[in-house]
Design a protein around this ligand. Structure first.
Ligand code: MN
Length: 191
């Protein structure tokens, strides 16, 4: 097996009540694992067979792109969180957020709106461009900032599989809960 499911940095029940161990069991244990398995099976005999994950994402399309990008996106997503949350936005990051959205509260509102209004399955991303300018983007399905020369800083997965077991149709409640488990130390390091 070329690609492997990365280990989580926390126990399956450690993000409760924001994300239940049952959701981790399915979202990480089944969905994330399936993207890894699919990718491993699909690259055999293709030019992507010996390529790194990010190269595959930048150069592929169709099924290989979808599975490769979902492997990468989910690894990034699970690394955005830590039990009970940790730290707060760094001085630099907070300054950039306030420059762009006036206040942290307003940024949070805009991020939640982007995530709540994404139609169907996808991702809300906080990204920075090559000049360090921040923006919020919405990506459908396996969409990822990697293909747009943007560096991801934070993401919320809004596929129904990310929240349906815990919140059913209440996507807004899931989004609100995620803010309580953000690992700001990890997020700051990416800005
Ligand atoms: Mn997902």
């Amino acid at each position: 097996m070329k690609f492997e499911l990365p280990k989580l940095a926390y126990e399956a029940n450690a993000l409760e009540p924001a994300i239940s161990s049952q959701t981790i069991a399915f979202h990480y244990g089944k969905h994330h694992q399936a993207y890894v398995n699919n990718l491993n099976a699909m690259v055999v005999g293709t030019p992507f067979e010996n390529m790194g994950l990010e190269d595959i994402i930048r150069k592929s399309e169709g099924g290989i792109f979808n599975n490769a990008a979902q492997v990468w996106n989910h690894t990034f997503y699970f690394n955005c969180f830590t039990p009970g949350g940790a730290g707060e936005p760094s001085e630099d990051l907070l300054e950039a957020i306030e420059e762009t959205w006036d206040s942290f509260e307003n940024f949070k509102k805009e991020f939640n709106t982007a995530a709540a209004t994404l139609f169907g399955s996808g991702w809300a991303w906080l990204v920075k461009d090559k000049d360090g300018r921040l923006s919020i983007i919405k990506e459908s399905n396996a969409g990822t900032p990697l293909t747009k020369n943007l560096e991801p800083v934070l993401t919320f997965d809004v596929w129904e599989h990310a929240y349906y077991l815990d919140y059913q149709n209440r996507r807004a409640d899931y989004l609100e809960a995620l803010w309580k488990i953000i690992d700001w130390e990890a997020v700051n390091a990416r800005y």
